[in-house]
Design a protein around this ligand. Structure first.
Ligand code: ZN
Length: 260
């Protein structure tokens, strides 16, 4: 027991109070029909999830954000990124893409934005809708076998990039991508279909902004708003952070196995 807890009245957090009142109410109504009880448990679980989520701190990219919407700028920036990362052992980039949501079944809008995070203090947001294709510098960077590209569902994102812009991606998928959901299952010993948001909650106890108004905003319109840029950069940034942490955990696990 810590000294600070002696003689002090315990103050319960809001969610704990809710759970307590739910369970005592449940005990009182035990004799009532079964269905309302199950419904109450379900409602309490939903409520608990919401309270928990509301109380979480938001993880947001606050470093230097480069927004590029010109083909030559994009190419040049990628060449610089490529030059600084190539040859550095174990280098990786957080990867994500955005496109406008459509409500027509079986149809998907063209990829509008591609985000890359090569360091915790740097993110690039490339506005492909304005650029018109995947410029050569970006193609080379993505194709580099020395630089691992990491993201949730990154394989399907790359296949979409091939469908949308005709860039071949099979060699990238084969040689230099890590899907964070698969990697997390391997390192954490879980069997989940992880979302980016889910991984952030699980690994950092924080949340990312998944405000539908932003998520479903029109990503193809120039210029992107500051909140769109920040949202897009944050997705690539947290992909970077998740991989970095999983990689460290993985190395520790390997060392433990070796010592045995
Ligand atoms: Zn995203």
């Amino acid at each position: 027991m810590t000294t600070s807890s002696i003689g002090k009245k315990r103050v319960l957090p809001a969610w704990m109070k809710l759970c307590r009142s739910e369970s005592s109410a449940e005990e009182k109504n035990e004799s009532l029909s079964k269905k309302p009880r199950e419904e109450r448990i379900q409602a309490a679980a939903v409520n608990f999830e919401k309270i928990l989520s509301d109380s979480l701190q938001e993880l947001l990219f606050l470093g230097s954000l480069v927004y590029s919407h010109h083909r030559s700028d994009c190419s040049l920036l990628c060449e610089e990124m490529d030059a600084s990362l190539r040859g550095r052992a174990g280098s990786f980039i957080g990867f994500d893409m955005e496109w406008p949501v459509t409500y027509r079944p079986g149809r998907q809008e063209k990829t509008a934005v591609l985000q890359l995070c090569p360091a915790t203090d740097k993110c690039y947001v490339f506005h492909l809708s304005c650029i018109g294709d995947v410029p050569p510098g970006l193609q080379r960077l993505l194709s580099s076998p020395d630089i691992t590209k990491v993201g949730v569902g990154i394989q399907s994102d790359l296949w979409k990039l091939e469908r949308d812009y005709g860039m071949s991606v099979a060699h990238i998928i084969k040689s230099s991508v890590v899907d964070l959901s698969e990697f997390a299952n391997r390192v954490l010993g879980t069997a989940e279909t992880w979302s980016l948001d889910g991984l952030v909650k699980h690994m950092f106890g924080k949340k990312i902004n998944k405000n539908p108004a932003l998520r479903k905003s029109d990503w193809s319109v120039f210029p992107l708003s500051d909140s769109q840029k920040s949202y897009a950069a944050t997705d690539a940034y947290v992909s970077y952070l998740i991989y970095e942490k999983l990689n460290q955990m993985n190395q520790k696990n390997d060392e433990k196995v070796k010592r045995k």
